[in-house]
Design a protein around this ligand. Structure first.
Ligand code: MCA
Ligand code: AMP
Length: 469
């Protein structure tokens, strides 16, 4: 992506946020000022609030060839320290009124800044992002994504959805994860279209944005669509506004077939689902002209090799049989930062093991049916490891033993449950929830805490999570 190419789009609208709109010339010039400031750095952190500053910062760093570590603004102390220690960025990019608690040199992003910048030559294997994501145990790992992954995903989706410069994407997704940042912000910009970010997601605001400007596509996680389903059933005016969109796209977690059908009944729109991971960006999607079958995530995108394997790693060719999804292609990450052990474990014969279990319909459509480990939870579209929450809980003086599981939740998909044996100085449910929210991040907090006298264990002393209840 060249800033000079962005600038050539001149007065076309690039970004619309509640606080500011920016055309392509303005975006290229403001990003140019960031690029000048970060040129030659090894790595930068971006305080990824849902504001235009994040988009400008990320584009500037990409133009300068400097890898970006997006930071969730709500990170608690322990998780923030882990990410900063592990990734060791040279600089923090943030809005002037943000990030004061982060002990790094800072560059304040100014959307009104104007600079032109000559971009250095880059290689498609150069790291673009280091995005932190949870595993089943331990602290989050930094996923090193090269420049080619962005290119592969955006061009694959553009082809599958007939996504062009004419499209305006509306969303209210966080900008510190792949969905909101890569698909929802860089995608439209790379294609010369526009982004309309709502600041935060509300069904009413999304409906307004879809028709007021107008916009053409809505991106969201299933929790957002479940809230849209409620809103459109209660208000037929809203239903018409969602019906006017060119495409409603869901991803990051399973979209319940019931939500898909409720939205179709109210709006006449059938949601398109696509499937990816932080480690792979996007793997599959239902195509614009393909059947939108609830419960399926469509076909591999151009350039993506996907197979389903049994425990021994042998490909399962037959439709209907369950196995693990493995992926190979230009969209797949390079490595976990500083974790050669975890990187080696994640690949088998050059294929990345997603941990997702799936079957294929006879026509090749992929149907995700679960995960290899129940210790990876998806709540509100966020990937959360049971182990990291257990570790945080065990550090609290009120906790003697802890186990974390999940339960189905109408709104969040899954909700986090903490099972606790108290110490001699017990803590309340609210204290433990707040402890996790403030040391890790609020979306990792248990929604329910259940106190027990003891936890069921096998002969080896391992907690039997399936016996909890
Ligand atoms: C709550 N809050 C707190 C606390 N409790 N703040 C501080 N201390 C606390 N103890 C804040 C939360 O941070 C949040 O603020 C607000 O109160 C409401 O919290 P919560 O109930 O957790 O949020 P919600 O309203 O239930 O959010 C639902 C949501 C959200 C909007 C759907 O879960 C969401 O944005 N999900 C998107 C996840 C996502 O983008 N995943 C993509 C991963 P505030 O609202 O200000 O934050 S990428 C991926 O999966 C792959 C690649 C893919 O395929 O896309
Ligand atoms: P993350 O690392 O946060 O990017 O989460 C990736 C995980 O999200 C995948 O391994 C899947 O389990 C899940 N996921 C993403 N998209 C979908 C989808 N459309 N349907 C079901 N699960 C999905």
């Amino acid at each position: 992506m060249k800033l000079s190419d962005l600038g050539a789009a001149g007065s076309r609208l690039a970004l619309r946020f509640p606080e500011l709109t920016l055309d392509y010339a303005g975006l290229a010039a403001a990003s140019g000022a960031v690029a000048e400031a970060v040129a030659g750095k090894r790595r930068v952190a971006v305080y990824a609030s849902a504001r235009p500053h994040t988009a400008i910062a990320v584009l500037g760093a990409i133009a300068a060839g400097v890898p970006v570590v997006p930071l969730n603004p709500k990170l608690g102390d322990r998780e923030l320290t882990h990410i900063l220690t592990d990734s060791a960025p040279d600089l923090l990019l943030c809005a002037p009124d943000e990030g004061g608690h982060i002990a790094l040199d800072r560059h304040e992003v100014d959307p009104a800044a104007r600079a032109s910048f000559t971009e250095p030559a880059t290689d498609s294997e150069d790291p673009l992002f280091i995005v932190y994501t949870s595993g089943t145990t331990g602290a989050p790992k930094g996923v090193v994504q090269p420049r080619r992954s962005l290119e592969a995903t955006v061009s694959g989706l553009a082809e599958a959805w007939a996504w062009t410069a004419e499209d305006v994407v509306v969303h209210g997704l966080p900008l510190f994860h792949v969905h909101g940042l890569v698909l929802g912000t860089l995608g439209p910009i790379l294609l010369g279209g526009s982004v309309h970010h709502l600041g935060r997601f509300e069904a009413e605001a999304a409906a307004e944005a879809l028709t007021a400007y107008p916009s053409t596509m809505l991106f969201g996680v299933p929790t957002m669509y479940s809230r849209v389903a409620e809103a459109v059933e209660a208000d037929t005016g809203l239903a018409g506004r969602f019906g006017a969109a060119r495409l409603l796209v869901s991803g990051s977690a399973p979209l319940p077939a019931s939500v898909h059908k409720r939205i179709t009944a109210a709006t006449g729109q059938q949601i398109i689902e696509r499937y990816g991971l932080t480690e792979t960006f996007m793997n599959t999607s239902v195509r614009i002209d393909g059947e939108r079958r609830p419960g399926t995530v469509g076909l591999p995108l151009a350039g993506v090799d996907l197979r389903i394997t049994d425990d021994a790693g042998t490909e399962i060719g037959e439709p209907g049989l369950v196995g693990e999804v493995e992926v190979r292609g230009p969209n797949v990450f390079r490595e976990y930062l500083n974790r050669a052990d975890a990187t080696a474990e994640a690949f088998r014969d050059g294929w990345f093991r997603t941990g997702d279990m799936a079957t294929r319909d006879p026509d090749g459509y992929l149907r995700l049916v679960g995960r290899r480990s129940t210790d990876l939870i998806k709540s509100g579209g966020y990937r959360i490891g049971a182990g990291e929450i257990e570790n945080a809980l065990l550090e609290h003086p009120g906790v003697a033993e802890a186990a974390v599981t999940s339960e189905p939740d109408e709104d969040l998909g899954e909700r986090i449950i903490a099972w606790i044996v108290s110490s001699a100085s017990p803590a309340s449910e609210a204290e433990l929830i707040e402890h996790v929210a403030s040391t890790l991040t609020p979306h990792k907090r248990p929604r329910v805490v259940r106190f027990r006298e003891s936890l069921p264990r096998n002969d080896m002393g391992k907690i039997l999570k399936r016996s909890l209840g």
